[in-house]
Design a binder for this molecule. Structure first.
Ligand code: ATP
Length: 258
């Protein structure tokens, strides 16, 4: 089943701040249409500034589209907030609260009881491994520790649709492998067949985990399909070559051995 459907989404930022500049006249998202299905991990891939975060923020209701619409299970996105999780690119934790307080605060916002939150913390810890940082203030945590807490906080209410902006950012190899297994489990039948849409710059990650890939370049969808389909369609030997051709216009280098 199609869980997330974006239809002709467009966005242009009117003002540029000191640190972020848009090229005048160029939309950040330009009639983006895409789908992410249930029981599937969909990876959103694109160069810096392609519009990935803007698109994911739009799904989470944090940016308004200039045109187009977003449907979740065929209905407007705002009707699904209780089943929706969004992990922002900067983690978004309250630095003065401990890891546990951050998770509990969000659980309470979703109406979960203390006992239920305790159970969820135990379950999520068994997959992500963050028990040792629960008592630490989020502001004193390392990047990888913050990311684990932020993931737990985003998943505390057992959402069905997971939108994750660079979830492996700052994680060490062991944590990346744990997270990968956990996301695979969540997308599986046993894990509830969840719809997972994530952005990343790690091509290896995409090859390891993604059922579907969407390549976004300068606010436009340049390719969709599996890693294999995109590689073959671009007459490339490796997915990285296909992505470099799509994202940066690099020519495909074919190395013939023997
Ligand atoms: N609030 C904003 N105001 C003005 N411009 C913005 C704003 N947010 C994003 N942009 C611009 O929109 C473009 C897309 O940004 P976005 O963060 O969505 O890209 P991205 O694909 O997530 O990039 P990265 O891979 O570097 O994280 C960039 O040119 C950025 O400067």
């Amino acid at each position: 089943m199609i869980m997330i459907e974006a239809i002709d989404l467009s966005k242009r930022f009117e003002h540029s701040s000191l640190f972020r500049k848009t090229q005048p006249g160029r939309p950040v998202l330009d009639r983006v249409s895409l789908r992410a299905e249930d029981a599937c991990i969909t990876a959103l891939l694109g160069p810096n500034g392609a519009g990935k975060t803007t698109f994911l923020r739009m799904l989470a209701g944090l940016e308004k589209p200039e045109a187009g619409s977003i449907l979740i299970q065929g209905q407007p996105a705002h009707l699904h907030t209780a089943k929706f999780a969004y992990l922002s690119d900067g983690c978004g934790l309250y630095p003065r609260l401990t890891g546990e307080e951050n998770i509990r605060y969000f659980g309470a916002l979703y109406g979960l009881s203390d006992a239920h939150i305790t159970l969820r913390i135990q379950t999520l810890d068994s997959h992500l491994g963050f028990a040792h940082v629960l008592a630490k203030k989020a502001g004193a945590c390392s990047l990888g520790e913050r990311m684990r807490i932020a993931l737990a906080r985003a998943l505390v209410h057992d959402p069905h649709t997971l939108v994750l902006d660079e979830p492996t950012n700052g994680l060490d190899l062991a944590s990346v492998r744990k997270l990968r297994n956990f996301l695979r489990y969540l997308a599986s039948e046993a894990g509830g067949g969840k719809c997972i849409l994530l952005s990343t710059h790690h091509l290896h990650e995409v090859e390891m985990i993604a059922d579907q890939v969407i390549v976004l370049v300068q606010g436009q969808v340049k390719a969709t399909g599996s890693v294999r389909q995109i590689t073959v369609a671009n007459a490339a030997q490796h997915f990285e070559d296909a992505f470099a051709a799509l994202a940066f216009g690099e020519t495909i280098s074919c190395i013939n051995v023997g």
